[in-house]
Design a protein around this ligand. Sequence first.
Ligand code: MRU
Length: 363
Amino acid sequence: MDDRQRDKNIMEYETVALDDADSALVVIDQTKLPAVTELIRLHTAQEIWDAIYLLKVRGAPAIGVAAAFGIYLLAKGIDTEDYDVFCRKFREYKDYLNSARPTAVNLSWALNRMERICEDSRGLPVDGIRQRLKATALAMKEEDIRVCRAIGEHGLTLVRPGDGILTHCNAGQLATCRYGTATAPIYLGQERGYHFRVFADETRPLLQGARLTAYELQASGVDVTLICDNMCAAVMRNGWINAVFVGCDRVAANGDVANKIGTSVVATVAKRYNVPFYVCAPTSTIDMDTPTGADIVIEQRPAGEVTDMWYEKPMAPAGVKVFNPAFDVTDNELITGIVTEHGVLRPPYAEAFQALFRRRQEL
Ligand code: MRU
């Protein structure tokens, strides 16, 4: 089958899918967008690890769901009926996949949730455990869609028709199973005729804003303008931006947020120009085990992403020293609100999170 299909709108594709009959995890190869839409079929642990590390599948929620489907498929291939042998091999796969990227908490969150299925299933035949793993992974995908839509509903209450919205990186449909997080209010607004004017930062060095956000918003008919990362102050000073919506990879217990490199610059500039800065975060991204932003492990990526990648010729002198952190931390005092599926949380975030998790336990 030829997986290259150029005529379909990108919004009609599933970011992450399970083809159980072929024991394959199917994802759009996002490194090739927007020029080529290619679905890739991943079968082995190495292929899944590479796809996550190389950002073929990327964005915290999409990584989580891909990992859940991936570990299910790997568990399906564990050739034993012995519970302990099965669990031991399962954990080996889990640790391996978990090592692909350190910052997005959704990766370990999803894998831990799958591991708990194994732990809670002692006494069941191994095949029954495999079925439970499959059901859980599929449920996680459906949950992601519901959560993103709920984030969209709450985010929409923060803006008005015709508003200018700035976003950074890609926290869009391509980073989730549908709607995105930061883009969810934009898509719901689009359904309701809000006519937002969206500004997408290109997002150096890997250009997720240009290649992915501008692409999916344009494909959805949203009024989107692409800007370089160093233009956010100019558009805010011009008064064109009413709100910033960004996604996140991990929220610490004090409300500090790790997101794509450059996010903290946008937040700092937004503060200067009195533009509200909102982080869209599924509660699965809030990590109460990480006290502050200083405790978040920031992924360092290869120098070539800054000096050569995406260019026809090298864009820096050979051998130059490069610092290439994939994420930065935005201090909680720069964040106007954190938009979750349960509503918009306001500072002080430590208390807001505790109240939220207490309420959820009581339900
Ligand atoms: O390195 P990436 O492309 O995976 O980084 C993505 C981001 O930083 C997103 O903003 C974040 O994962 C949230 S996606 C809903």
